[in-house]
Design a protein around this ligand. Structure first.
Ligand code: ADP
Length: 675
């Protein structure tokens, strides 16, 4: 196979594709925007060509430009990765017109899955099970309501042209129907310029289970089993796993065959994913088909031992599928966790910054890290803020889950806020361990995942306080004037004084709350003991820090804790993550203010977190607002983000109107804080 492959993408997926291509002896060509000139995917590829400015609409979405590059370098195949142009029928058509092989399905297959209602009609005709519902053209409100009444509440209204959960409304009672319909239509009209609605039976506890299918050009098709992606925040996947917990051989076969039926109904070729909702009684319903490689494909690779990108390249080259259905086997269990630069405590607001320190867990047959960044790289406002995909494998689910938690606690990232603590807490919930999954999982278990329970915090605060005191002592010892007797109390430069009852007060911030903790040193010397107290606890403890490992004895209970600390971007705070066996705690401690900070400046507060659209101004210019009040709502990465007032004051001017596109980093408004 003599091929020159251009990868029309960036980040981890480009790196991942390049790795496979190299192993297959294929020459690789990367493309890059201004922001990615030194990116990992550019360095890894054999060649790389600049395609434009940082915003993706000027670079990675420039179909024509990418085709020109492919022609210029003589590439005979293009892999679109996921996102960007991967499901763009026009781009696939351009490849075809230029005799370049598009690693993906034929153009009509992409087209067929483009509209929700059209896709559903095709699937219905092919005998693929659909959620009971109405997908007709008659849109009179009376008829829609009649349909809803007949199928029974709750129902879900969905925009036919919808995506990203927009134009969707749950209706739990017939009395609410009219109002919900009007609201869903308004949202659909505003987002897609089309108010056509579907009415579906609303499943209250569904799981998202999807089937990986593969078809070649010679009429062969196989399914590479399922992935469970039920754990979602705002309809976006967070942790995926394969196989799906509790899946029976019989159901797997039924779902696999239904997925193949869906693929063959549209003449599919290549890798595709058929997404189903799986109800508590084992019924499953077609949701949509993704005509590309999925972000979460590695879990399938881990349990089947196959390289799906290699399969894609072989199939695109006209070869037969590498294996037949009965040659495919499931081995063990795999998880994938998406590590993002984002703030889970602030509605998952994307975070940006420089990855000042980056140390992933060690890779092995059990741990795989797919990433597109290195230490020193920037997480910019321009692209999806995913830092890496952490993938783990072991013989069974409990073992694999332990590997996941361990690997998460070993992931060290400094310079940007990440969701690692959130993922760790999620993976450690009892319900996740028991695989009690459904798409409402995160909402249902939020107090555990976001550590909202005061008793949980009270259990972790002493560890945080002890860590801070021990680090402080260590620093003082290292910078102390005499090393003659390091254990003498006279060498101790903290609050300890002979015969004086001395107490240190620490302000520790968790989420938005500041906790005052009192630390009394009980003994001097090497194994110092402390009494740590605050509202809700009073404990005696001692501990030792060795690198990232922190051993604590708390009222006689000894435990090992993993610690990651970080001086936060603006240098006036210390941020620490502490991973105990059951949960992760992220806390901050204010460092002394040396007068270097500009208090009026709300660091990055009024800039767009990334490329997106202004949805709504929440206040009028000139109107007085309170601290924390929402000023403007933006939509980016399929999610809405609110920008809030850092203190009381007023907005002087909004620089963008609702509906306008903004580039990440753009200033959205001017704000005057109250004197
Ligand atoms: P979109 O294209 O807007 O993302 P989907 O139809 O793919 O919309 O659905 C997104 C998510 O909404 C699903 O993953 C699931 O969590 C939920 N969902 C969709 N349809 C239903 C339904 N009938 N009952 C319950 N939940 C649903």
């Amino acid at each position: 196979m003599l091929v020159k492959l251009l990868i029309a993408n960036r980040g981890e997926i480009s790196c991942r594709i390049i790795r496979t291509a190299k192993r297959m002896g294929i020459h690789t060509v990367a493309v890059y925007s201004d922001a990615d000139a030194n990116a990992l995917h550019v360095q890894m590829a054999d060649e790389a060509v600049h395609i434009g400015p940082a915003p993706s609409r000027d670079s990675y979405l420039q179909a024509q430009k990418i085709i020109e590059v492919a022609r210029k370098v003589g590439a005979d195949m293009i892999h679109p990765g996921y996102g960007f142009l991967s499901e763009n029928a026009e781009f696939a058509r351009l490849c075809e017109d230029n005799q370049i092989v598009f690693v993906g399905p034929p153009v009509p297959a992409i087209d067929a899955m483009g509209s929700k209602s059209a896709a559903k009609k095709i699937m219905e005709a092919a005998g693929v099970p659909l959620v009971p519902g109405y997908h007709g053209d008659d849109q009179s409100p009376a008829l829609l309501k009649q349909q809803a009444d007949a199928m029974g509440y709750p129902v879900l209204l969905k925009a036919a042209a919808g995506g990203g959960g927009k134009g969707m409304r749950q209706v739990h009672h017939e009395k609410e129907f009219e109002q919900a319909l009007a609201a869903a239509k308004r949202e659909a009209m505003a987002s897609f310029g089309d108010e056509q609605m579907l009415v579906e039976k609303y499943l209250t506890q569904p799981r998202h289970v999807e089937i990986q299918v593969f078809c070649d050009m010679h009429g062969n098709g196989v399914y590479l089993f399922e992935r469970d992606c039920s754990v979602q925040r705002r309809h976006q996947k967070v942790i995926e796993e394969a196989p799906a917990p509790g899946m029976t051989e019989d159901l797997r076969k039924q779902m696999g065959e239904a997925a193949l039926k869906a693929a063959s109904a549209i003449g599919y070729v290549g890798a595709g994913t058929v997404e189903f909702l799986l109800d508590t009684d084992g019924s499953f319903y077609f949701m949509e088909m993704n005509t590309r490689l999925q972000v979460e494909h590695p879990v399938t690779e881990m349990i089947t031992g196959q390289d799906l990108v290699e399969w894609q390249i072989r199939v695109a080259s006209g070869e037969d599928l590498p294996l037949k259905q009965d040659e495919l086997k499931i081995n063990g269990h795999a998880f994938e966790a998406r590590v993002y630069a984002e703030d889970p405590d602030n509605e998952f607001l994307p975070a940006t910054g420089t990855l000042s320190f980056l140390q992933p867990p060690d890779e092995s047959e059990h741990v795989r890290v797919d990433t597109g960044v290195r230490q020193g790289d920037k997480v910019s406002v321009y692209y999806d803020p995913m830092i890496a995909k952490l993938i783990v494998w072991d013989e069974d689910r409990p073992k694999a889950l332990r590997r996941l938690a361990k690997a998460l606690s070993e992931y060290r990232i400094m310079g940007v806020t990440t969701n690692i603590g959130f993922l760790y807490n999620l993976a450690n919930t009892k319900a996740f361990k028991q695989a009690n999954l459904d798409t409402g999982f995160i909402d249902k278990h939020q107090s555990e995942i976001f550590l909202k329970n005061e008793a949980d915090i009270a259990g972790l605060l002493p560890l945080a306080a002890l860590y801070l005191v021990l680090t402080q002592d260590k620093q003082h010892q290292q910078s102390g004037p005499s090393q003659q007797d390091p254990h003498s109390p006279w060498q101790c430069m903290n609050a300890w004084r002979a015969n004086v009852d001395h107490v240190q007060h620490l302000d520790i911030q968790i989420h938005d709350e500041v906790y005052q903790v009192h630390v009394r040193q009980l003994t001097a010397g090497q194994q110092r003991r402390y009494r740590i107290s605050a509202e809700g606890f009073n404990v005696e403890c001692q501990g030792e820090i060795r690198g990232d490992n922190f051993t604590v004895i708390l009222d006689g209970h000894r435990q090992n804790v993993v610690i990651g600390s970080d001086e936060l971007g603006n240098g006036n705070e210390l941020g620490c993550s502490l991973y105990t066996q059951s949960s992760a705690l992220h806390f901050r401690q204010k460092l002394p203010d040396l007068g270097l900070l500009d208090h009026d400046q709300h660091a990055g507060g009024f800039t767009a977190p990334m490329n997106g659209t202004v949805v709504n101004h929440a206040v009028e210019p000139g109107e007085m607002v309170e601290k924390g009040q929402v000023l403007v709502i933006m939509e980016a990465m399929k999610m809405e983000h609110s920008l809030k007032a850092p203190k009381a004051g007023k907005v002087l001017e909004f620089f963008y109107q609702p509906g306008e596109l903004v580039d990440g980093g753009a200033e959205l408004l001017s704000f005057e804080a109250e004197e």
